[in-house]
Design a protein around this ligand. Structure first.
Ligand code: DHB
Length: 390
């Protein structure tokens, strides 16, 4: 009886294995954790658009294995949801690679699972410097806040801005931006005369704007997560007459993200930012990218998140080519280190020491180009490593 039962189980198991084995062997599963609903839903749309565009252009098969994307919605700033989604992807779906991560709290929540499950984790937006240090299996194709902040601090001091009030969202990337701005700007002789941290969710900027205006800085430097918050801030900045009072607005390019630039309207004209990607970046690779993006997703404008999704998928596919389809963490990360290619944003390289991205950071100003607001690049600093790691 016992024997029959055991054999029976064995028969069922081997039949199931017989059915499943070829499917498993020929499929590589990528579990993408992204905000697909809530206030940051646009991040998920953009990252997913970029990743899927890459696969549609380059094919979804590598080393004889078909790539399967599984998308999970973590709803934005909800680390416990991100963690639950990752557990499900790892245990139920048996994914080979974790990817996505719109916001830092999501990346922080999932990093320990990448360590425990020993799975590669490709970060396609979350931009707090320390994210890559939370698991040896993390590699990032987006940017870091210190990387995009240092250049605008240097630009400011060279362009007659001597006093600055900093305004940042009160969490990882905001703290990074605030610290790096102060460090670079002060070292060059500038003075940060006020610092404000605003809530990550639903901030109301109105009460602060008058106070900042009264303190008469040459400029405000700001970082808030890309999207509606920037639109609201700019509206208040305009309504309260800060520009008329001679206060400039400088920021990382999150503020003038192409996704919300149309909604900002002319209030955004002249805002100077530093960033790693602009839809208006002048290169053959970006022309091809923006045209393909427009054809595939006519309702969206390509932005920095879409490019990180596109480059993230490039990194995954090229790395799997090198490992001949081996997605195990040690092999994958070893092969990913040092990867370098021409992205729509210019040359990018995965730093072999930190697994973070090395890239050119551009200084840009919002201008109206043929009826469309664009971040027009007018200066750049090549091959910037994350200063947050030094
Ligand atoms: C994060 C970083 C950004 O630059 C941004 O625009 C939105 C979110 C983050 O790391 O949470």
């Amino acid at each position: 009886m016992l024997l029959r039962h055991t054999l029976g189980l064995f028969a069922v198991a081997s039949a199931a294995w017989g059915l499943m084995a070829p499917v498993q062997a020929n499929t590589l599963k990528i579990g993408m954790i992204l905000p697909m609903s809530g206030p940051f839903a646009a991040y998920g749309t953009q990252i997913q658009n970029g990743a899927k565009l890459y696969l549609s252009q380059h094919g979804d098969t590598v080393a004889g294995k078909k790539i399967e994307l599984i998308i999970k919605d973590d709803t934005g700033v909800a680390p416990e949801v991100s963690k639950r989604q990752a557990q499900e992807l790892l245990i139920k779906d048996n994914v080979d690679i974790l990817a996505g991560f719109g916001l830092t709290p999501s990346a922080f929540a999932v990093a320990p699972l990448s360590v425990q499950a020993k799975k590669p984790m490709v970060v396609m937006n979350a931009a707090t410097s320390s994210v890559t240090s939370k698991s040896p299996y993390i590699v990032r194709t987006s940017f870091t806040l210190p990387q995009t902040t240092a250049p605008i601090a240097s630009w400011a001091i060279k362009n007659g801005i001597n006093t600055v009030y900093t305004v940042v969202a009160d969490y990882g990337p905001g703290h990074d931006a605030e610290a790096q701005f102060k460090k670079t700007f002060s070292a060059a002789g500038g003075h940060v005369i006020g610092e404000l941290r605003t809530p990550v969710k639903n901030p109301d900027f109105a009460p602060y704007l008058q106070k900042i205006k009264d303190s008469k800085p040459d400029a405000i430097f700001m970082f808030v997560p890309a999207g509606e918050q920037g639109v609201a801030f700019l509206k208040g900045f305009k309504e309260r007459g800060l520009a008329e009072a001679g206060i400039q607005l400088i920021a990382t390019g999150d503020l003038t993200d192409e996704d919300v630039l149309d909604a900002m309207g002319d209030a955004a004209l002249g805002v100077t930012t530093s960033f790693h990607y602009s839809e208006a970046h002048d290169s053959p690779e970006n022309l091809a990218y923006t045209q393909a993006y427009a054809a595939a997703y006519p309702k969206n404008r390509p932005n920095f998140m879409s490019v990180s999704g596109y480059d993230g998928m490039h990194l995954i596919m090229e790395t799997l080519k090198k490992t001949q389809g081996d997605a195990s963490a040690d092999a994958f990360i070893a092969a990913a280190k040092g990867s370098s290619w021409i992205s729509p944003r210019g040359r990018i390289t995965i730093d072999p020491e930190t697994r973070d991205i090395i890239q050119t950071v551009y200084i840009r100003k919002v201008e109206n180009i043929n009826g469309k607001l664009q971040n027009v690049e007018f200066d750049h600093i090549a091959d910037v490593k994350d200063p947050g790691k030094q």
